[in-house]
Design a protein around this ligand. Structure first.
Ligand code: URA
Length: 434
């Protein structure tokens, strides 16, 4: 077998066999398939796609590229969650402690920023001292001891995704359905939980923008879970505007803490409660509707916030961030306001551009090797349907470098559409698919 022939076959629209897919994936991990060949292969998949069977084999192949975790020594049903990626999407920081505060063990492996979207691990690393890279035995020990751990793709877990994810980010091949489904499901299956809740985004800030296509993506991932005898559910959620108000690493940690204190924005609270209640439902402890009530109480009585404090401390972070987030998290003091150039309703937001603006400020990576600037980001003051007057502040931009600020401001100007008519009500949770 040769990588060249497999690339050619996919480029010409052919269907790949299990062996051909294994050859590409395992060859790439071993260094026998070169970066440029995998990049060409990914582009061929981007244009020609993979059917359900090929996607299943790709997921299997990636999952088996490294270790597969056995979490059976942790008592109880382990439920994991994953998002297909969004802008201002800090739900894991809210949902994980929320669900763990109900006694359900949360063993979460999260990712870093990808394209215009943020990553949970980059957000957590804005907490002084926080260690996201734990050895696997420590990860399991923490889940047993504290009921919660959130770590980066630790050890030899799905090395194929680690390599392919970074390459996709650099070669404009992120937003393809079979690549997204296999990337997410290989990690979820290898990380060893019993059930998964998938937050599948659609809209201007999602990788898959079309609602119907995201529904297909959700169903594809649920089918893969079912084939592995895992329980799973999906939420189709609306990414036609940033989630909550804050975009950027420290800023998103601050908003998550405020949400756990009961002061969260409506859309973030609703989505977090929905995802959390589904996790409780899959764990078999509460029905979906009961779970929503229980989770609201866990916010009201402060137990979810305490679980977040435990998580931060257990992974070496400074717990002062819980009580005084603005004072202890790095937040830039250089702030510029983006103002409306006319009066009217915010009628449409190109959310991807808002995410890219934040990335350009330094909240994400322009190149694989870039360091994240945790102190920068954007606070959204006006969302869909809000009325703005000429000269009123639409967003506040927290920046470090003047040159980044200009690029971010230009993108924000392109991202916001203000018109005479209101766009109508916004629903963040579009559908729950079980
Ligand atoms: N999240 C992932 O883990 N992989 C993707 O491809 C997209 C979002």
């Amino acid at each position: 077998m040769r990588a060249y022939d497999i690339i050619l076959k996919k480029r010409n629209g052919g269907k790949l066999s299990k062996e051909e897919i294994n050859f590409m994936v395992h060859g790439y991990v071993r260094g026998e398939v070169a970066d440029y060949q995998m990049a060409a292969f990914l582009m061929a998949v981007f244009f020609r796609h993979m059917d359900e069977e090929e996607t299943y084999y790709l997921t299997e192949s990636m999952m088996r590229s490294g270790e597969i975790l056995d979490l059976s020594e942790i008592p109880g049903v382990k439920v994991d969650k994953h998002s297909t990626g969004g802008v201002g999407d800090k739900t894991t920081l809210v949902v994980a402690p929320l669900v763990a505060s109900c006694g359900i063990p949360v063993a979460k492996m999260s990712g870093r920023a990808l394209g215009h979207t943020g990553g949970t691990i980059d957000k957590l690393e804005s907490i002084p001292g926080f260690k996201a890279e734990l050895p696997l035995d420590k990860f399991i020990e923490n889940v047993k001891k504290y009921g919660i751990a959130i770590v980066s793709q630790t050890g030899n877990l799905v090395p194929a995704d680690k390599k392919i994810y970074a390459l996709r980010d650099a070669t404009a091949t992120v937003d393809e359905m079979s690549l997204i489904a296999s990337s997410i499901m290989s990690k979820k299956l290898a990380a060893g939980s019993d059930a998964f809740v998938l937050d599948v985004k659609f809209g201007t800030g999602a990788f898959v923008k079309d609602k119907e296509e995201s529904r297909r993506l959700a169903k594809l991932m649920l089918e893969i879970a079912k084939k592995h005898d895992k329980k799973a559910a999906a939420v189709l959620s609306n990414m036609n505007q940033p989630l909550g108000k804050y975009v950027g690493n420290s800023l998103e940690v601050i908003e998550a803490i405020e949400t756990l204190k009961g002061n969260g924005p409506k859309d973030l609270v609703e989505l977090s409660i929905t995802l959390g209640a589904l996790m409780l439902d899959l764990a078999g402890v509460f029905s979906f509707e009961e779970g929503k009530e229980v989770l609201r109480k866990k916010i009201e009585n402060g137990e979810a916030l305490e679980k977040f404090r435990i998580l931060v401390k257990a992974q070496g972070g400074d717990e002062k961030i819980v009580d005084a987030p603005w004072e202890t998290l790095p937040v830039s003091e250089r702030v510029e306001e983006f103002k409306a150039d006319k009066e009217g309703y915010v009628s449409w937001i190109d959310t991807e551009k808002v995410g890219t603006a934040s990335m350009l400020l330094g909240a994400g990576r322009k190149r694989k090797e870039d360091r994240i600037d945790h102190s920068v980001g954007i606070v959204i003051e006006k969302k869909l349907g809000d009325f703005v007057r000429k000269g009123e502040t639409v967003a506040k931009v927290f920046f470090s470098e003047k040159s980044d600020l200009e690029a971010a401001m230009n993108l924000l100007r392109e991202a916001y559409f203000i018109s005479d008519t209101s766009p109508g009500p916004f629903k963040v949770v579009e559908e729950v698919i079980k």
